[in-house]
Design a protein around this ligand. Structure first.
Ligand SMILES: *[C@@H]1O[C@H](CO)[C@@H](O)[C@H](O)[C@H]1NC(C)=O
Ligand SMILES: *[C@@H]1O[C@H](CO)[C@@H](O)[C@H](O)[C@H]1NC(C)=O
Ligand SMILES: *[C@@H]1O[C@H](CO)[C@@H](O)[C@H](O)[C@H]1NC(C)=O
Length: 518
């Protein structure tokens, strides 16, 4: 009996052990499933809970989200869909923007092609850059109608005030000529556009070639039934059609998506060139900044810029003093007693170690190296370039500042600090530039008022993009532009409430923006 009891006890304890293992196994599996496989619902956390609760409780209240770079709207759009503020398969995007942003994304591993993303990592493959997120979101089925309202200053790029294209999107499999490897290629058939009617595919031999190649309809497979309407319309025509009342249907699920570069587009380089900062000096400084500052986050980005700004301020003060000394006398002997450039550099350098110390005290190091000697060499390098610049040039450099090359939320993000000039060169052939006067900004705002106040237009969700870090929106006017857009939204939509506005954490220069940072 005793033996038998012991055996039962052993069996029991083994069962308990197995059961415990099973529980642990399931918990871990569940966690892995949630974290890696089916965590798309976590995207709703992007919208602050208070805003989400209010919007769900009262559908007339509209969340308004402000982001820095345009692809950063993606988590918010999908958060809106995941929390049922908008449907997952029938959204109209009213895209008020200086650019169409309809570049074709790279369909890479894990891309949610023709399916709703199942995980955050799938969703983030849509965030490749600032002009391919619209097509990316369309390929998941989210967008059924995309309307690009373009500004009057972009008229040179349009033959027609309004075009409408019906698209069927599919895919085909091709062999790469060199390796014979099979690749999936996007294709689409377009109807109603007389000059572009037909079926096309991407040039799969070169990702840089953006020309479409005509193909036969039966070469493109449409297994997933992804269809959509694409419209391109002038501001004037959009105001007219919206007023007529039968263009956007009442109750249509609209996301209003405004880019501040609708008002104008400027290259930051122009400012540098105009001030006469020579290319090689800008390049030298850019190289030093890139090697000296290593920030991974937007919080570090602003600390690095503050440090850089303090250095320029010290140089400015010392240089002004030197110039005043030289100007104050014609006596050569006295003049020679003024500081020389070499002394100036050394004086300034001696004033700076304290700053370097203060930078070190932040939680996140923003210097690439913690070796003082190396940092001193970089600092001397910066100063050597700075002391030679004129006062206006130094002011321009301080105003341009230093920043991350791209939003940390971008796919394959590689942190890199640089002069905050963006990539749009003044003589770029692909981007049209336009510098609006204050009067023009006010006129544009009036026109937007006419557009947004149309009776039928009640967006369910609003996204606003600053486009300052990536160098589109005119920086000096960005503050006015944003407050004008907010004013129009407030006066046009009854559902507007100040508490429903959310500013994304990755805004360049924070809430105040770049021009208001110092
Ligand atoms: C695809 O792009 C490559 C590289 O630009 C070009 O040489 C080739 O002719 C293009 N293919 C077609 C079919 O247009
Ligand atoms: C494809 O979608 C369109 C619009 O949503 C619908 O009218 C059509 O019936 C669908 N076709 C198929 C084959 O499912
Ligand atoms: C841009 O082009 C104009 C005229 O072609 C030229 O004078 C100017 O130097 C160019 N600017 C830059 C920054 O290359």
């Amino acid at each position: 009996m005793r033996m038998k009891g012991k055996r039962i006890l052993t069996i029991c304890s083994m069962l308990v052990v197995l059961w415990v293992f099973y529980i642990i196994f399931m918990a871990v599996k569940n966690k892995i499933d949630r974290v890696n496989i089916n965590d798309i619902n976590d995207v709703v956390k992007y919208i602050p809970p208070k805003i989400l609760r209010t919007a769900k409780w009262d559908s007339s209240k509209i969340p308004v989200i402000v982001v820095e770079e345009h692809h950063e709207v993606i988590p918010y759009w999908f958060a809106a869909a995941e929390s049922s503020l908008i449907p997952i398969d029938g959204v109209t995007i009213l895209h008020v923007d200086g650019h169409s942003d309809t570049g074709i994304p790279e369909v890479r591993n894990n891309f949610p092609l023709f399916q709703w993303p199942r995980s955050l990592s799938q969703l983030f493959t849509l965030m490749q850059k600032n002009d391919v997120f619209v097509v990316g979101a369309s390929l998941t089925g989210l967008i059924k109608r995309f309307i690009w309202v373009w500004p009057p200053w972009d008229k040179v790029n349009h033959d027609n005030p309004h075009i409408t294209a019906y698209l069927e999107i599919g895919s085909t499999v091709k062999l790469l000529p060199k390796t014979g490897q099979e690749v999936l290629v996007l294709c689409a058939c377009v109807t109603t556009l007389i000059d572009k009617k037909g079926c096309y595919m991407m040039n799969y031999t070169s990702i840089y070639n953006e020309d479409f190649i005509p193909i036969k309809k039966d070469e493109c497979s449409f297994s997933q039934n992804i269809t959509g309407i694409y419209e391109e319309i002038s501001e004037g025509e959009a105001i007219k059609l919206l007023k007529s009342g039968n263009w956007i249907a009442p109750g249509e699920n609209v996301i209003l998506d405004v880019d501040e570069d609708y008002y104008g587009c400027e290259s930051v380089f122009t400012k540098l060139y105009k001030s006469g900062v020579k290319d090689f000096i800008a390049d030298n400084m850019a190289a030093i900044i890139n090697n000296m500052f290593c920030s991974y986050t937007v919080a570090g980005e602003i600390i690095a810029d503050n440090f850089y700004n303090s250095v320029i301020k010290i140089v400015l003060a010392a240089k002004t003093e030197m110039l005043n000394c030289r100007r104050s006398t014609h006596d050569l002997v006295l003049k020679n007693k003024c500081t020389t450039y070499v002394q100036l550099q050394q004086n300034v350098f001696n004033m700076i170690p304290d700053l370097a110390e203060s930078v070190k005290n932040y939680k996140e190091s923003i210097l690439c190296s913690d070796n003082d000697q190396i940092n001193h060499i970089f600092l001397q390098g910066l100063l050597r370039n700075m002391v030679k610049l004129t006062i206006p040039q130094l002011k321009v450099l301080a105003n341009v500042g230093i920043c991350l090359s791209i939003s940390p939320r971008t796919l394959d993000y590689q942190p890199e600090m640089r002069l905050c000039t963006s990539y749009n060169l003044p003589n770029s052939t692909t981007v049209s530039f336009h510098s609006p006067s204050t009067k023009e900004i006010e006129h544009r705002t009036k026109r937007l008022e006419l557009l947004f106040s149309a009776k039928n237009l009640t967006p369910k969700f609003i996204t606003i993009t600053r486009s300052v870090r990536d160098g589109y929106t005119p920086r000096e006017q960005s503050f006015k532009i944003e407050s004008d857009i907010m004013k129009v939204i407030r006066s046009s939509f009854l559902g507007f409430e100040k508490d429903m506005v959310h500013f994304d954490i990755n805004l360049l220069g924070g809430l105040e923006g770049w021009s208001g940072r110092h």
